[in-house]
Design a binder for this molecule. Structure first.
Ligand SMILES: [Zn+2]
Length: 101
């Protein structure tokens, strides 16, 4: 087993794990079920994605890099659904019409 990704939350870990599984790599998520007690856990208990086969790590890294690039790009290209103003996902409200994005 080799750790290929440390996620900030269970959703990210699940997305990465499903992507790796979809690419034919044997991956699993650890730590997600412990998130309720995260404040009391050591760093090693963070939500992580692991590969069963260490030889697949380079392939997993490529896929994860692409995943993170896509997500950054998506964050840059957010448009308000209500007024069409361009904004970023860093905000939860539109700067122009003040509606929730
Ligand atoms: Zn708007």
């Amino acid at each position: 087993m080799v750790r290929v990704y440390t996620a900030g939350n269970v959703v990210d870990a699940r997305l990465v794990c499903d992507m790796l599984l979809g690419a034919g790599l044997d991956a699993t998520v650890t730590g997600g079920y412990l998130s309720g007690a995260a404040g009391e856990l050591p760093v090693d208990s963070l939500i992580s994605v692991w590969l069963t086969e260490p030889l697949h790590a380079w392939r997993a890294r490529e896929l994860i890099d692409a995943f993170e690039r896509d997500r950054l790009q998506a964050a840059d290209e957010c448009v308000c659904q209500h007024c069409g103003a361009e904004t970023t996902t860093a905000f939860t409200q539109c700067w122009q019409c003040n509606l929730m994005l």
